[in-house]
Design a protein around this ligand. Structure first.
Ligand code: HEM
Length: 184
């Protein structure tokens, strides 16, 4: 099942590869596929815990795989910036970042996701899992970065905000109920 999930998640990359030659702006297209892929998978990684509470369905075993896939997309997205768009030229990277401050927001989201990916393995996860709630912050920053980069918000961004808010509100209600029931 996990292999199927990985295959399904990687499909957009196969499609991007297929469309690369005919694309008017291949680099922009790669930014789009990898960025949208990362945000969609990040959002999907929040679903298993909500699903467990709301429908009693335990999909938690897939959460780490989805999270790591989101990170893989983010890594590809950042590689498009460093390797293809800036050709490893650190002066260009610096100049572009100065001109486009939305890159800093993306970089903060990237650092959060890097931390989560590195600490998603057994021993470290047991110690640091409480910090993984920062996924909500990473998602919000990634969305802000995407809005800012494109200067217009489309159906995708509004859908992510709507689903993200629903998932967050459910989590807040769950926490509030827990506090009420466990109050001394
Ligand atoms: C160091 C980190 C990052 C860098 C340097 C970076 C760089 C960029 C750049 C340069 C663009 C504009 C592309 C254009 O010209 O249209 C962009 C757009 C975008 N980025 Fe990032 N990004 C980073 C992190 C992230 C992260 C963490 C996410 C998601 C989890 C993300 C998602 C997106 C999305 C969805 C877009 C809009 C793509 C489109 O539809 O055109 N980025 N990014």
């Amino acid at each position: 099942m996990k292999a199927l999930l990985v295959l399904f998640a990687l499909l957009p990359l196969g499609f991007a590869y297929y469309k690369l030659e005919s694309a008017i702006d291949p680099i922009k297209m790669l930014y789009n596929y990898t960025g949208v892929g990362a945000i969609s998978l990040l959002l999907l990684s929040l679903v298993p815990s909500t699903c467990k509470r709301v429908c009693g369905q335990n999909l938690l075993r897939y959460r780490k795989t989805i999270g790591l896939l989101a990170f893989a997309y983010t890594l590809l997205h950042v590689s498009v910036f460093i390797v293809l768009d800036s050709e490893f030229d650190f002066i260009t990277i610096f100049e572009k970042s100065l001109k486009k401050p939305f890159i800093y927001i993306g970089a903060i989201a990237f650092i959060i996701l890097l931390f989560m990916a590195l600490t998603s393995f057994k021993k470290l996860f047991a110690k640091l899992s409480k910090y993984h709630k920062a996924v909500y912050l990473a998602l919000a920053l990634a969305l802000l970065h995407s809005f800012w980069a494109q200067k217009v918000a489309g159906v995708f961004e509004y859908s992510v905000v709507a689903v993200g808010v629903v998932l967050l509100v459910e989590r807040i209600f769950h926490l509030k109920n827990n506090l009420l029931y466990n109050a001394p």
